[in-house]
Design a protein. Structure first.
Length: 131
């Protein structure tokens, strides 16, 4: 895996982190900032009194936690199988706060990496979809 800075807006063209948060179709900074920032809590240690409310409190709190940061640990992105392995909350926080780039541990297609880093303006996924 190579460690690089990728452009958030380009990542969002090929990966939608908001798709996993269906408890609220309208999620914005104001809503996220209503929740208490959450440090990481392993899933087995979280309180699940009401699954939907507990998930919202934790997930929105995690996004709030990262939105207050100017840096973060790299996300783990594998575009062999098109999977964001780790970093959903960080990507959403960076999107909400309009940060341009995010650190990323990347493995996969080199053409896609050059697009995501801004070294190329050619989106290899658009190219293959138009064939």
């Amino acid at each position: 895996m190579s460690s690089v800075e990728i452009i958030v807006s380009r990542l969002l063209k090929i990966y939608d982190p908001w798709d996993m948060f269906r408890h609220n179709s309208v999620l914005n900074k104001e809503i996220v900032y209503e929740y208490i920032p959450q440090e990481y809590i392993p899933e087995e240690e979280r309180e699940w009194n009401n699954v939907v409310d507990s998930a919202k409190n934790y997930d929105y709190g995690r996004i709030h936690f990262f939105a207050n940061k100017s840096t973060c640990d790299p996300i783990d992105l594998e575009f062999i199988d098109y999977v964001l392995l780790d970093g959903h909350h960080r990507v959403m926080a960076w999107d909400l706060t309009k940060k341009e780039t995010i650190p990323c541990n990347y493995s996969g297609n080199e053409d896609l990496l050059t697009y995501l880093t801004g070294a190329s303006d050619i989106d290899p996924l658009e190219d293959t979809q138009s064939l």
